[in-house]
Unconditional design. Structure first.
Length: 240
């Protein structure tokens, strides 16, 4: 591998950037979709209804204990046969990645919710707030700050996990780099460029999450001086 060989691949960069585009699309869908489904599963896990809680446990345990690559293959090849619905490579990849991401995010959300002291919830309910308002205005804002590092790790891993959808033919970054390497016989150089592009995609996520966590943590520490009771009273006045 040499600088000259890397320069020789420059004419194929538009082909590689197409893969970057699909990597970003797949990552964004898995992050957003996984977050939405993950919140629902987390609420099921902390629910007082045993049936809902049990269903949440089964979901998390199943998707966390089976490899993503098998889930991708199953949704692309087996699911259409069982459901009678034709899925494209992109659709199968998105579904598998969303469901897989949701299992991990659900546990992070559940841990964040349970980390908030029960006394805060009980005090808010005593002041006349309903359960939904307590969760949205009291529990989630505090839990989110504590969950940022773990959520960022999942988001970064989803960008990297998007490489696995190449096994079902999605033209994301790794597949495009592999095709480019086969065509030019510069396989190592092509994969090296792909690795550099993955770094460029994930590094801003890492630094951005660290900055956001520090910013919100400092804000939380300053606001905590006002006291819990005063914050609850202000929240009730806003809700009125």
């Amino acid at each position: 591998m040499s600088l000259q060989s890397l320069l020789e691949l420059s004419q194929y960069y538009p082909f590689l950037l197409k893969g970057v585009g699909w990597t970003l699309v797949l990552s964004a869908i898995s992050i957003v979709g996984g977050s939405v489904v993950g919140i629902v599963i987390a609420l099921m896990r902390v629910s007082s209804f045993r049936a809902l809680s049990f269903a949440g446990v089964v979901y998390v345990d199943f998707f966390r204990t089976t490899p993503l690559v098998i889930q991708l293959i199953w949704f692309y090849y087996a699911f259409p046969i069982l459901a009678g619905v034709r899925l494209t490579e992109i659709e199968a990849g998105c579904i598998a990645m969303v469901l897989y991401s949701a299992a991990y995010l659900a546990e992070i959300f559940r841990a964040g919710i349970l980390s908030i002291e029960k006394g805060q919830r009980e005090a808010a309910l005593a002041l006349g707030m309903n359960e939904a308002y307590v969760m949205l205005r009291i529990v989630f804002p505090q839990a989110f700050i504590r969950m940022i590092p773990a959520i960022a790790n999942i988001f970064i891993s989803k960008v990297k996990d998007s490489a696995l959808v190449s096994v079902i033919g999605v033209p994301e970054l790794l597949r495009q780099a592999s095709v480019m390497g086969e065509f030019t016989a510069l396989r190592m150089e092509s994969l090296t460029i792909a690795a550099m592009l993955y770094f460029c995609l994930t590094y801003p996520l890492s630094k951005g999450s660290n900055w956001l966590h520090r910013r919100l943590t400092s804000t939380e520490l300053k606001s905590s001086d006002a006291g819990l009771d005063e914050q609850l009273v202000r929240a009730v006045k806003k809700a009125a």
